[in-house]
Design a protein around this ligand. Structure first.
Ligand SMILES: Cc1cc2nc3c(=O)[nH]c(=O)nc-3n(C[C@H](O)[C@H](O)[C@H](O)COP(=O)(O)OP(=O)(O)OC[C@H]3O[C@@H](n4cnc5c(N)ncnc54)[C@H](O)[C@@H]3O)c2cc1C
Length: 245
């Protein structure tokens, strides 16, 4: 993604603080940019995208990410939750986490994947998957400032459950100390997207073999109240109306 459009920090995005969409920040219109060489999609390059308008919605629609890093010479890929605010993604965890210790100020590769369907072709070779995925490369930064940490964690909670942070018992000093938050600029990122049906060899279309797509969706279920909830507590709108993206 571009460094030509960089605003505050490394990023071509504005940030704000109100609704989930707003706290996540909106991309500037027309922020299509040339990818760096290492994030340029080579294999099936027509599926590659590098603009915020494509990348941000994928990140916002899928809170699960995989953080790739090297620790003591071995590669690890750790699944965790991510959230986006403007032109950065963030993830957090226990300050005792090996992953969080290993990625601080280190080069990482973070991926986010949404699978939209199995694609069944008329030959095994042409079976495929429909998906939207993002890969981000860069140096992860550990957020050490307590107020910045709090601001980022508030966005994390409120982007999933709007308004919840202010309803919660405030985090105490020990909890802030026990929590590490990492940030990664979306300055070098790619999306790869496959849509549509199978692409078979021409001669295979006459074969009596069913082909098509089996769609796949992540579903949000109804809330299940904790049995220790105080009597008479109804789930707030941010619980009954959870949505991703
Ligand atoms: C759900 C799912 C299932 C897939 N199944 C298969 C499979 O079975 N076999 C297979 O070979 N591939 C599969 N892919 C595609 C796979 O992710 C790679 O794109 C592909 O293997 C090519 O890898 P490469 O290293 O040769 O890509 P290159 O094009 O050489 O990679 C260069 C750069 O392109 C970008 N890039 C590459 N792939 C992605 C991606 N998926 N998302 C975002 N940016 C990307 C990265 O920045 C990378 O550094 C699948 C992807 C998804 C999301």
């Amino acid at each position: 993604m571009s460094s030509r459009h960089e605003g505050s920090g490394a990023l071509p995005y504005r940030q704000s603080r109100a609704t989930p969409d707003q706290v996540r920040g909106r991309p500037l219109a027309g922020s299509a940019v040339a990818p760096s060489e290492r994030v340029r999609v080579k294999r099936l390059h027509e599926r590659g995208h590098y603009d915020a308008e494509t990348i941000h919605p994928i990140l916002d629609a899928m809170p699960i990410c995989s953080v790739g890093y090297v620790f003591n010479g071995s590669p690890y890929v750790t699944p965790t939750l991510q959230w986006r605010e403007g032109g950065h993604i963030y993830w957090h965890g226990s300050s005792a986490s090996r992953m969080l210790e290993a990625v601080a100020e280190a080069e990482v590769c973070v991926t986010v994947t949404i699978m939209d369907g199995f694609v069944l072709a008329r030959s095994a070779f042409h079976h495929s998957a429909n998906y939207r995925s993002v890969m981000v490369l860069g140096t992860a930064r550990k957020i050490t400032d307590r107020d910045e940490k709090e601001a980022r964690l508030k966005v994390f909670v409120d982007s999933l459950f709007p308004g919840r942070w202010d309803m919660l018992r405030p985090m105490n000093a020990q909890e802030f100390k026990a929590t590490t938050v990492m940030s990664l600029p979306l300055a070098e990122a790619s999306a790869k997207i496959r849509t549509g049906g199978p692409k078979d060899d021409e001669e295979d279309y006459k074969l009596p073999i069913w082909a098509g797509v089996v769609p796949l969706h992540m579903q949000i279920g109804g809330p299940i109240a904790d049995k220790l909830n105080l009597a008479g507590l109804a789930p707030p709108a941010h619980v009954t109306g959870v949505k991703l993206g």
